[in-house]
Design a protein. Structure first.
Length: 285
């Protein structure tokens, strides 16, 4: 496996032309690149940062075998790689002078690339987060439904969505690079956030979903303000979002959890989500 077997581009359309069939062949495992590339094509190349995104595909005699993408300044995101493939990619990126803040991939691939990057770039890494990808099986209510109802967020909810977007990122330590207002506008435009509100009309939780791509929809983000947690609001909103995705024809409804959070993992399993595989995030020094 040679470093120049990786074909790099900044053009999401060219990337999809080369790698789209590969990504669509396993839409659950490829949910992140599918949804990120879709967002870049719909909203422009600088949704996640001011620098141009970078895409790569490993082309073999049998077709595309693996891909990566990066939306600077964020981490590298990989599909499944062998040790040899991870080594060839690390060699290519190091030779091209890339500086990476970290990597996100399935658990084994992330570890392989972190080790390869240490050898090629001389950079140490640490395991920053363990995640689990879930797929919805039979949808069920996680318990008694709290009083209130679900409704799709509208233009009048924009300020609330912006506040909750930033609060969610603060809670999780994530940094998407997206402007909160632009994010809210995009979600409102396609009905991508469902609110749970109390009988008097006060919003108390939100659950979102990405647009359908290649038959898959990913539930995210899910947020309840700290003072309102433990009352079933997030679970109720997530059930409604999941039901709506299935009703709209999604073949697979997915979500990620942080394995360090037993509450969310337990909740989603009670709703009917079943583990697919584990992912890991490594930060580079």
């Amino acid at each position: 496996m040679r470093p120049d077997d990786w074909h790099l581009t900044h053009d999401p359309d060219a990337f999809l032309e080369q790698a789209g069939e590969f990504l669509r062949s396993r839409p659950a495992l490829h949910t992140v690149p599918l949804t990120v590339v879709d967002n870049l094509r719909r909203r422009g190349p600088h949704v996640y940062g001011t620098a141009d995104p970078l895409f790569g595909a490993l082309d073999t005699a049998d077709g595309v075998r693996a891909v990566f993408f990066r939306t600077p300044p964020h981490r590298l995101n990989l599909t499944s790689l062998t040790e040899e493939e991870a080594e060839s990619l690390a060699a290519r990126l190091a030779a091209d002078g890339h500086r990476l803040p970290g990597v996100s991939a399935d658990r084994d691939t992330a570890a392989l690339f972190a080790a390869a990057w240490r050898r090629r770039a001389g950079v140490e890494s640490r395991l920053a987060e363990r995640q689990r990808l879930y797929r919805l099986g039979e949808l069920t209510s996680p318990g008694p439904v709290p009083a209130g109802r679900a409704r799709v967020a509208a233009a009048g909810d924009r300020d609330l969505l912006m506040r909750w977007h930033d609060a969610f990122l603060d809670d999780t330590g994530a940094r998407t690079g997206q402007d909160a207002g632009a994010w809210a506008d995009s979600r409102i435009a396609y009905g991508g956030i469902t609110l749970w509100e109390t009988p008097d009309g006060a919003p108390v939780a939100m659950s979102g979903a990405t647009p359908e791509v290649a038959g898959q929809v990913r539930v995210a983000p899910v947020y309840t303000p700290p003072a309102l947690r433990g009352r079933g609001y997030a679970g109720a909103a997530t059930v409604e979002v999941s039901r709506a995705a299935q009703a709209a024809g999604a073949a697979e409804v997915l979500l990620f959890t942080d394995l360090a959070n037993p509450t969310s993992n337990g909740l989603y399993q009670r709703i009917g989500y079943r583990p697919v595989t584990d992912f890991a995030v490594y930060e580079f020094a």
